[in-house]
Write a protein that binds this ligand. Structure first.
Ligand code: LER
Ligand code: MN
Length: 281
């Protein structure tokens, strides 16, 4: 199985002048480097691709969705901005050879409130309508969209695979599926393996995070069961370590990371990779 590392482990925002990261991740032993694209204007995909090919590592694309990129917002400028960002990421994925654009692209991270039924349905309509347009744009470029359910403290919109399946049904495009993340599933799902199995055939990306967001393996998860469930679904994508460092203040605040979870980003990456190889091969 391909094992990947998120750029968030080391840098934020990722940019063209940080491409030495690619060789570094390859040297540690990763097959895939998943860029969290916070500021697309800082990324020249031609240069990134050249460096990735030199290093011998694949580069995949994940999005970062703040308030002004919310395709489900009542604010038209935010929806337009979210669509422009979405298309930019699809173009970037096509240029880099990334099979997908992944992330919680249906709404803004941090948008949590007890919305009434009308507001919820309006949000759902905006999100579905815009996801259809993005799916159409992506399918013309051979790119898939992987939506990520998030825990309740980061979104009130899609917390579980079940809610995600309903959303995917309303979108109705085969190139839209899931990014599943063990950290979020641990908070929201009654059973992580059952949730994985219920997304059979629709998982395009997978984030491996410890329950505290630290090193995979240093946690209370049953990784053998997670591996078994993923295998049952026929999953062939990467298993990507996603973690964050409190050294990067912007992202630390966004994901509520207030303390160091490993000795260093490299320790986390090396130990996490060693553990995931022992489970996934
Ligand atoms: C992103 O993949 C994620 O899991 C979020 O919690 C961070 O916005
Ligand atoms: Mn994630």
């Amino acid at each position: 199985m391909m094992i990947g590392a998120s750029s968030y482990i080391w840098v934020s925002p990722f940019s063209t002048d940080k491409t030495e990261q690619l060789a570094h991740a390859k040297e540690i032993g990763f097959d895939v480097y998943e860029i969290a694209v916070e500021r697309p204007e800082l990324i020249d995909e031609e240069k990134v691709l050249t460096e990735a090919q030199k290093a011998g590592i694949k580069v995949y694309v994940c999005g970062a969705y703040g308030e002004t990129r919310d395709i489900s917002s009542d604010v038209p400028e935010y929806r337009d901005n979210g669509m422009a960002y979405g298309k930019r990421l699809i173009d970037m994925a096509a240029a880099l050879g990334s099979p997908y654009v992944a992330g919680p692209m249906y709404a803004a991270v941090g948008r949590t409130r007890l919305a009434d039924r009308d507001e919820k349905e309006r949000q759902m309509r905006f999100a579905v309508e815009n996801m259809k347009r993005l799916a159409d744009y992506a399918s013309g470029r051979g790119v898939k969209l992987a939506i990520e359910p998030l825990n309740r403290f980061e979104t009130d919109f899609i917390n579980t695979v079940e809610q995600g399946l309903y959303f995917l049904d309303r979108i109705g495009y085969d190139n839209v599926g899931f990014l599943l993340d063990t950290f979020h599933m641990n908070i929201e799902e009654k059973s992580i393996p059952d949730a994985i199995r219920s997304a059979r055939g629709r998982i395009f990306d997978f984030h491996a995070c410890a329950n505290d967001r630290g090193t995979p393996g240093e946690d209370h998860f049953n990784w053998e069961e997670i591996r078994g469930a993923l295998k049952e679904t026929g999953y062939e994508g990467p298993v990507v370590i996603e973690s964050f460092t409190p050294g990067i203040r912007e992202i630390a605040k966004a994901v509520s990371l207030w303390r160091q979870l490993a000795e260093s980003p490299d320790c986390l990456a090396r130990n996490g990779l060693r553990f995931l190889r022992s489970v996934f091969g």
